[in-house]
Design a protein around this ligand. Sequence first.
Ligand code: NDP
Length: 290
Amino acid sequence: MTQTVAFIGLGAMGYRMAAHLTKKFETVYVWNRNFEKAKKHEQSFGTKAVDLSIAVQADIIFSCLPTSHEVETIINSQQLKEGSIWVDCTSGVPESAKKLTQQLKDIGVDFLDAPVSGQTIGAENGTLTVMIGGDKFAFERALPALQTFGSLVKHVGESGAGFAVKAINNMLLAVNLWTVAEGFTTLKAHGVDLNEALECINASSGKSGVTENVFAQRVLNRSFPLTFALPLLAKDAGIAIDLAREAKLPSPVLSLAQNLIQAANLASEGENDFSSAIKLYESWSKITLN
Ligand code: NDP
């Protein structure tokens, strides 16, 4: 029987995801580098802000950090408990998942790569999609905890498979984002009303997650709310392109999209939402999408 769970990394996603664990678990440890966030979480949701060394003694430990690098650093700095499961919800690197799975197996700890999709709103509502790679039995043990914040929780294959699915998903997001910028700029150049055009496209075959959930909500209204940082999308596109290269596959469109998103990331000043990548195209076309 699982008794304790822990969540490490209370960022835009983790802060909201960890709150749902209290629905099923009496003891939910939380830890964050900036510890004030952990204390605030304890006050708001009845979790328990603890030292990292205590959090990692839970039966199931969740992490949601920027990259696999931070996850590896934290795991390598701690003494883990035999029989526990580490569930990493970071959008990470498949090779890192494979390495950590082997490393932790030697000390009797399971590692699952369990990245999520659904943005901060999905984390808030507990309706995330969770794609999991790793040992099936460990997945089944972690499932009740995963279901507290996920409405679609899928085992997609061996270690690294979850990270791979997430990277390709976000690469498709990047491709869509860029092509929506080009397509709607073309329409604007021809004097078409973009809101009317969007309504038509969202009822037609060219629609996508970007046309349905991003373009009106973040770009046309010029709000670009910072919920998923552009460097994180650039990181995900990089992971995806590495996967295509490792498989020796031609991937001209994906390579181009990765380059464009990375260029937008480098051109962007300060902390910006992923949707602001469109601004690079606006600077080229000298047409603002509003
Ligand atoms: P944030 O930048 O909001 O949060 C990052 C978290 O990691 C914070 O808790 C931060 O702590 C912590 N952290 C950063 N560096 C370190 C470090 N060196 N050591 C310890 N802790 C560290 O990121 P998100 O929550 O947006 O993203 C987290 C992961 O989820 C990423 O992999 C992202 O790609 C993925 N993701 C994000 C989505 C989104 O919509 N935002 C959607 C789906 C997936 P501190 O508070 O101290 O800075």
